[in-house]
Design a protein around this ligand. Structure first.
Ligand code: MOS
Length: 746
């Protein structure tokens, strides 16, 4: 039986429910929860990148006022289980790397925790940490591409086992040989760090054998499972709460060691313990996007149709995991191209295991591919958009399956229109305004629609006063999910959205997988929709079976619910009358969404197109991005305000990728050169151009019940390439070093 409701809240640009609390400072983040008797933990990281700890003199630190414990590999208890890198992000532990610190004296990377100092105030903990004397036997480290390229290998699986190391289709050599035109381009990329405003933090509280963690995370269930496994606790004894999270960009998707270390420290000192990473420690404790080089070879026929794509990548991974972001996966599954070869080559280095970061793989891979496509368009004398359209794949090139929906052509058309592409003179270096050379560029964007591997759950409760609470465990790490899910639930229940509240961020609520891979809105809305629909159907059934209802005996399938009013023909009842009449304070239902298992009918991808205009001062090497337009087809848009804001943020990260964000390992010390926001540059308001986001709605009834394809990451994909291509158009120079900085343009 299905009853009916109407959509009124979904699609509205509602303000964020948490906006006021966040901007007025009343929102309490994980490191701001007041707990009586709290102690503070300060991590101490290794000064060397390779070797071992020969001694730790803790006497001076322990003698400092207020110090409760100095924990090292000599006195910290062993973990219950050796972590292993995730096969997925739901239902399994997600420790970020398969090495856990403070278990022995071996040093694998600079910044690796070698001690935890716990004191009664944060200042005392930090001071005592500064007087701790750790001595090392240092051995030569390998951290840079130049040091590592002599001994490389191609892993079977990369990216936590989620992707193959090597992808082949057809015969790439033959495809390149029969091409009329070939383009080859090699790119180097600096390493990137996530740098959310809120550093990672955990507050751990033990009550007898039960642990409560206030954690800054993308998924409370992953934290619960990981910490329970590492400490050997039953899941029912670990509760994780995460009400406000100040951004993440992927660094809070995995449960890095500091989370479990906070719990261990709290157990050791017998008090609640708060552990907040310093900004500097954020560069060495939560993963990063690895330094890399990529080379792309394209072969095409005279008409522009691709005959072959070869895409190779080289990057450092840790000594314990085969990690590489899957930079060739987008080029393997975007353009129609018979012959493809993609290889992720890695070498062992003194680094922590890199991790997910802002469109991991797609952002860096599409930058290389789309700059090469721009060059190919130039070689062929074809408009860059026309070249993309001629190569648009009508079915997935990787699987041969039809897309569940596309919208790519429409994104190109509407993006070009809004941007004013039609008047463009393709010849580079011609437009000048005073000292500035002006150029425009475009690139394709794509991001896969990722489905979680486990069922997603939510619960809905309607009170007799007509208000509702809908619950699911998921945190809102800045995406607006708490706002949007109230919209989804209100429509499914058939009540006004201001009567519906979404409660989230707690493992005591129905479980939801870690929101990663841009899958959050799709999977959470599916669970919420399911729970709220189940509750609506249950209440309609109550009404038609209630002898006191005007709807008694009508066909429940014919009942429409709107504004809390149940109507069938001329008869009507209301939720509140029904509950009062039957003496029920509330009614409740749960809902589960079981994601479709890849049963091989459709391929799922989100499409978009990016445009940028830059001004380059060739004497000063300055690049200013003057405007950006992105057109995206993310399926159903639940809230255009929060969706636009995520896409705009993604596009600005693309600007950062192209022009600003860079970190390098010092080849001798094996330490990051930049460990602060003063040295590691991210785009700020002064860098931000006019950003125009166009939402191209496509219907998709395959991906999930509401047809949501996600906006979390695609905004970044292609944005950097559009800027790099615009720099070429302005100057006639192809810069292959990312980010493109002043010295590259002098
Ligand atoms: Mo996101 S970078 O997939 O956590």
């Amino acid at each position: 039986m299905t009853t009916t409701t109407t959509t009124t809240a979904v699609g509205q640009p509602l303000d964020r429910v948490d906006g006021r609390a966040k901007v007025t400072g009343s929102a309490r983040y994980s490191a701001e929860i007041p707990i009586p008797g709290m102690a503070y933990a300060c991590l101490v990281g290794s000064r060397v990148a390779s070797g071992h700890v020969t001694g730790i003199d803790t006497s001076a630190a322990r003698a400092e006022e207020g110090v409760l414990a100095v924990l090292t590999h000599q006195n910290l208890p062993r973990i219950a289980e050796q972590p292993s890198l995730i096969p997925s992000l739901d239902g399994t532990a997600a420790p970020g790397q398969s090495f856990f610190p403070l278990q022995d004296d071996v040093i694998h990377y600079a910044g690796q925790p070698v001690a935890i100092v716990v004191a009664d105030t944060w200042e005392r903990a930090r001071h005592a940490a500064s007087v701790l004397r750790v001595s090392y036997a240092e051995t030569p480290s390998v951290t840079t591409l130049e040091q590592g390229r002599i001994q490389t290998y191609v892993p079977d699986r990369i990216f936590g086992g989620l992707m193959p190391g090597r992808i082949r289709r057809g015969n790439v050599e033959a495809g390149l040989a029969r091409a009329d035109v070939r383009v080859e381009a090699a790119f180097t990329y600096a390493a990137n760090h996530h740098n959310p405003l809120e550093a990672a933090s955990t507050t751990a509280v033990w009550d007898g054998g039960e642990l409560v963690l206030y954690d800054s995370t993308q998924g409370v269930n992953a934290t619960q499972i990981t910490v329970a496994r590492l400490l050997g606790l039953p899941l029912s004894k670990v509760r994780v709460i995460s009400h406000y999270v100040g951004g993440s960009f992927g660094c809070k998707a995995m449960v890095h060691a500091h989370v479990t270390l906070a719990a261990m420290a709290a157990r050791e000192v017998g008090r609640p313990v708060r552990l907040m990473l310093s900004r500097e420690q954020m560069f060495t404790s939560v993963g990063h996007r690895e330094e890399q080089e990529q080379s792309v070879a394209l072969g095409a026929a005279r008409d522009g149709r691709l005959t072959a794509i070869r895409h190779h990548k080289l990057s450092p991974t840790s000594f314990f995991d085969d990690w590489a972001e899957p930079s060739v996966s987008a080029s393997s599954d975007f353009y129609a191209c018979p012959d493809f070869e993609g290889v992720h080559r890695v070498f062992r280095a003194n680094t922590m295991t890199p991790t997910f970061m802002r469109a991991p793989g797609e952002a860096s891979g599409m930058l290389a591919l789309e700059c090469a496509m721009d060059e190919l368009a130039q070689e062929l004398g074809l408009d860059p958009i026309e070249l993309r359209l001629r190569n648009h794949a009508e079915v997935s090139p990787a699987s041969g399956l039809p897309w569940s929906s596309s919208g790519f052509r429409e994104c190109c058309r509407r993006g070009a229109e809004r941007f004013g592409w039609a008047d463009r003179d393709p010849r580079p270096g011609l437009r000048r305004e005073g000292n500035w050379l002006i150029g425009t560029g475009m690139a394709s964007a794509c991001y896969p629609v990722v489905a979680p591997g486990s069922p997603q759950r939510a619960r809905a409760r309607l009170y007799a006063d007509g208000t509702a609470v809908v619950q699911a465990a998921t945190p809102d790490f800045g995406t607006g999910v708490a706002t949007v899910m109230a919209q989804v639930a209100a429509d499914a229940l058939g009540i006004p959205v201001d009567r519906c509240r979404f409660e989230n961020g707690d493992t005591d609520l129905p479980s939801i997988a870690t929101a990663a891979g841009s899958a959050g809105a799709g999977m959470i809305s599916a669970a919420v929709h399911s729970a709220a629909t189940a509750l609506r159907n249950q209440l309609v059934l109550h009404a038609v079976m209630d002898a006191g209802s005007p709807l008694h005996g009508v066909d429940p399938g014919g009942v429409v619910v709107r504004n809390g009013v149940l109507t069938a023909g001329s008869a009507s009842d209301t939720y509140t009358d029904l509950l009062h009449r039957t003496s029920q304070p509330d009614a409740e239902a749960s809902g589960t969404w079981s994601p479709p298992r890849g049963d091989g009918e459709f391929a799922m991808m989100t499409f978009g197109a990016q445009f940028a205009e830059v001004a380059v001062d060739p004497e000063l090497g300055l690049v200013r991005v003057r405007r950006m337009t992105g057109a995206f087809a993310p399926g159903r848009v639940l809230n255009p305000r929060t969706a636009r804001s995520q896409l705009m943020g993604g596009m600005l990260w693309g600007l950062g990728q192209a022009l600003l964000e860079a970190d390098h390992m010092h080849p001798r010390t094996g330490r990051w050169a930049s460990t602060s926001l003063g040295e590691y540059l991210v785009a700020v308001n002064a860098d931000a151009p006019d950003v125009d986001v166009e939402l191209v709605e496509v219907e998709d009834d395959v991906v999930n019940p509401l047809g949501v394809k996600g906006v979390g990451e695609i905004g970044q994909v292609g944005a950097g390439a559009a800027i790099a291509n615009a720099v070429h158009h302005a100057t006639g120079r192809r810069v292959r070093k990312i980010p493109i900085t002043i010295e590259d343009l002098l």
